[in-house]
Ligand binder design. Structure first.
Ligand code: OFO
Length: 173
């Protein structure tokens, strides 16, 4: 059994992961409307990943006999201006998630809740990888530029990155 404070904090994390899943789905559909196929697939996959992150918390809470709450669907933005601005928003959201995970770990440590601390370590690694991935995408976009002509090359790069991520997933990494 975990504390009430930890239960509430994990439920707040569920809200963040669920929001990320819908935000990234909205980004996917925006990319689709712009004809950016690579970005669409990338954001669709990211959206699914976030849903999996959310469900992982549900499973953990069930194991420790805590009540996981299904969050309300919050309205997400529908327009992202340019791929660069969109990925900046993704990066900012991932940073927010990282901070929230770090706060959860602090609570777990303060409560000597070693089980939850152990559960959260997976998220620590995941967030490091996600932040690094988004930073590298932003670096590439900055190199290519964000002009209408550059969009084709950005989409090609994102297609290659997405293929790599799919390979990693298939290999269980
Ligand atoms: Fe689940 O928020 Fe990042 O990956």
């Amino acid at each position: 059994m975990i504390s009430e404070k930890m239960t509430d904090a994990l439920n707040t994390q569920i809200v963040l992961e669920g929001y990320a899943s819908f935000l990234y789905l909205s980004m996917a559909t925006w990319c689709d409307a712009k004809g950016l196929e690579g970005c669409t697939s990338f954001m669709r996959r990211q959206s699914e990943e976030e849903r999996a992150h959310m469900l992982r918390i549900f499973e953990y809470m069930s194991e420790v006999d805590a009540h996981a709450l299904v969050p309300a669907i919050q309205q997400v933005p529908h327009d992202f201006d340019t791929p660069q601005k969109m990925f900046e928003m993704v990066y900012a959201h991932e940073q927010k998630v990282t901070k929230s995970i770090n706060d959860l770990v602090s609570i777990a440590k303060a409560e000597n809740d070693f089980t939850t601390d152990n559960f959260l370590q997976w998220y620590i690694t995941e967030q490091r990888e996600e932040e690094s991935l988004m930073r590298s995408i932003l670096d590439k976009i900055k190199l290519i530029g964000d002009s209408p002509m550059a969009l084709y090359y950005i989409d090609k790069e994102i297609t290659a990155i997405n293929t790599m991520e799919l390979k990693k997933e298939a290999a269980g990494e």
